[in-house]
Design a protein around this ligand. Structure first.
Ligand code: NAP
Ligand code: ZN
Length: 348
């Protein structure tokens, strides 16, 4: 076993604080990674505070991990000592169900193993990236081709990147399509960059008037203040696809009304409380669809990282020491970050 420094929440109301965990010694198929940077996802906060009512304590969040390989098992073929790699939201899955065969381990019928908070459907707890080192099966480790100087800004791609890339690909976003991104936070700002790089016409929907210039700089062709009915009305029936990243319950109808005939709005934001039920007529009259999407598979995560490297896409970040995490959570709740906190593990 490997003694490992980490930061953990001991209950839904306790602040995160230093805590020692044990990592397994690398098995034949494992690599051990010294964690260099870890992004701070809103899911970390939902989990640390038990907002989804499924948290196992102690809870060590963090699933936007970038680091360096410091040990490899004797059967490892794809990685070598010193490689710079990433780990996202999953560290294992059953490997034999239909979704696993299709490379969509996030929909594993037997429950994938989360990088933190253990298997979704029961089993031992797992500890995430707010820690010194992690041991992961090589088939769940990603290659990073970005420039080494950008590593901190690459970390958020491991969750925010794949969670936006996967639905944008699945719903065929590209040239000639008009796409809405709702919410300019960690997910949303990467979603704007990726949708723009895919060649779509991008409309950003934000509640914050202060984010208009940033939205355009990040790649939005238009920015709409979603609380202004007149601005919303100007987009009625025009969007082929909307990706909704908002982390709080809100009325979905004003967005559904913006979809074209057969248009789809996909929810990736996962608030603790449900959204009010949408009006059925907003769906029926234009055969619109309301959908959801969960992160993305390992193969697609590699594809996303390569796509982002090719298009020079990284996250806009604020680097923080581990000890700042509780303040960072409060600021994230106020949308007071441009646009992702990333923890520098050198300071752990
Ligand atoms: P974030 O950085 O906090 O961004 C959320 C954004 O939502 C904010 O920047 C804000 O954008 C908007 N927002 C927040 N509260 C709002 C409110 N009350 N009304 C309207 N808009 C509000 O969070 P994140 O890390 O991007 O994560 C977003 C959500 O996705 C979280 O619930 C997270 O758990 C979930 N998530 C899901 C998956 C998945 O696989 N489906 C993966 C990762 C994360 P504006 O200021 O622009 O309005
Ligand atoms: Zn996440």
């Amino acid at each position: 076993m490997i003694k490992t420094k980490s930061y953990a929440a001991q209950s839904s109301t306790s602040a995160l604080a230093p805590f020692e965990i044990q990592r397994r010694s690398p098995g034949p198929d494992d690599v051990q990674i010294e964690i260099l940077f870890c992004g701070v996802c809103h899911s970390d906060l939902h989990t640390a505070r038990n907002e989804w009512k499924n948290t196992l304590y102690p809870s060590v969040p963090g699933h936007e991990i970038v680091g360096r390989i410091v040990a490899t098992g004797n059967k490892v073929q794809g990685f070598k000592l010193g490689d710079i790699v990433g780990v996202g939201c999953m560290v294992d899955s059953c490997g034999h169900c239909h979704p696993c065969h299709e490379g969509e381990e996030q929909y594993c019928e037997n429950g994938f193993t989360g990088t933190y908070n253990g298997p979704v459907f029961g089993g031992e707890n797992t500890f995430g990236g707010y820690s010194q080192t992690i041991v992961v099966k090589e088939s769940f480790v990603l290659h990073i081709k970005h420039d080494v100087k950008d590593l901190a800004s690459v970390a958020p791609l491991l969750c925010a990147g794949i969670t936006t890339y996967s639905p944008l690909r699945h719903w065929n976003v590209g040239p000639g399509k008009k796409v809405g991104i709702v919410g300019l936070g960690g997910l949303g700002h990467v979603g704007v960059k990726i949708a723009h790089a895919m060649g779509a016409h991008v409309v950003l929907f934000t509640t914050s008037t202060k984010k208009i210039e940033d939205g355009k700089r990040l790649g939005a062709d238009e920015v709409c203040i979603s609380t202004d009915p007149a601005q919303m009305a100007a987009h009625a029936n025009q969007l082929d696809f909307i990706l909704n990243t908002v982390a709080a319950p809100h009325n979905l109808d004003p967005f559904l009304q913006l979809l074209t005939l057969n248009g789809t709005m996909t929810l990736v934001g996962a608030p603790a409380e449900p959204h009010p039920a949408p009006g059925v007529f907003n769906l029926i009259f234009k055969r619109r669809q309301l959908a959801g999407s969960l992160i993305g598979g390992i193969r697609e995560t590699q594809e996303m990282l390569d796509f982002c490297a090719q298009h020079n896409i990284v996250s806009d970040i604020e680097i923080i020491p581990m000890s700042y995490i509780n303040t960072a959570y409060e600021r994230m709740l106020r949308s007071d970050v441009k646009y992702r906190f990333v923890i520098d593990m050198a300071d752990l």
